[in-house]
Design a protein around this ligand. Sequence first.
Ligand SMILES: Cc1cc2nc3c(=O)[nH]c(=O)nc-3n(C[C@H](O)[C@H](O)[C@H](O)COP(=O)(O)O)c2cc1C
Length: 172
Amino acid sequence: MNTNSVLLAYATRFASTQEVAETVAASLREAGLKVDLQLMRQVESLEQYQAVVLGAAIYNTKWHADAHQFLVRHQAALIQRSVAIFTLGPMSSSASAKRNSRRQLDKELAKYPWLNPIALEIFAGKYDPSKPGMRFFERLLPARDYRDWNAIRAWSNALSAQLVHAEMLQPA
Ligand SMILES: Cc1cc2nc3c(=O)[nH]c(=O)nc-3n(C[C@H](O)[C@H](O)[C@H](O)COP(=O)(O)O)c2cc1C
């Protein structure tokens, strides 16, 4: 296990989580951490990482299927590492929409009682009906992007500090 290596693994259907993952990774790197960014489904092993950040969106009240598979597949390694989670969901910037998505996520994460994230956040999401892969009934609403980049960067900066402090990760 490298002492200063972080894996940011994400799952996405329409790329908005990927863009957030890139921003989170950039903030962690600015703090001096070594960060690998990878699609969850392509991750073979967590052996070389000391901490893992997971990013995935909610669809129809469920967390992205790749995120569930990742937790099942890597349970043994995750138990031994610091894990932080961010989730895209609410299609509104309101507090009640965030609470609603949080309830959905909490229900999903309750399936993994061994999981004890050091940080857990919900970010407002993006909806773009012109994206390939949107089903007919999913195209009916207008395009919206509620992602709050200041909130995303603030969370990432706080996470960097937490990782450096809690894990004694050494900035490069
Ligand atoms: C068909 C569909 C269903 C969704 N259902 C939910 C939901 O149940 N709860 C929620 O919080 N967000 C929901 N969302 C919002 C997504 O989480 C949001 O659009 C997110 O940014 C998508 O991430 P991606 O672009 O990485 O796939 C839904 C979005 C779509 C397109």
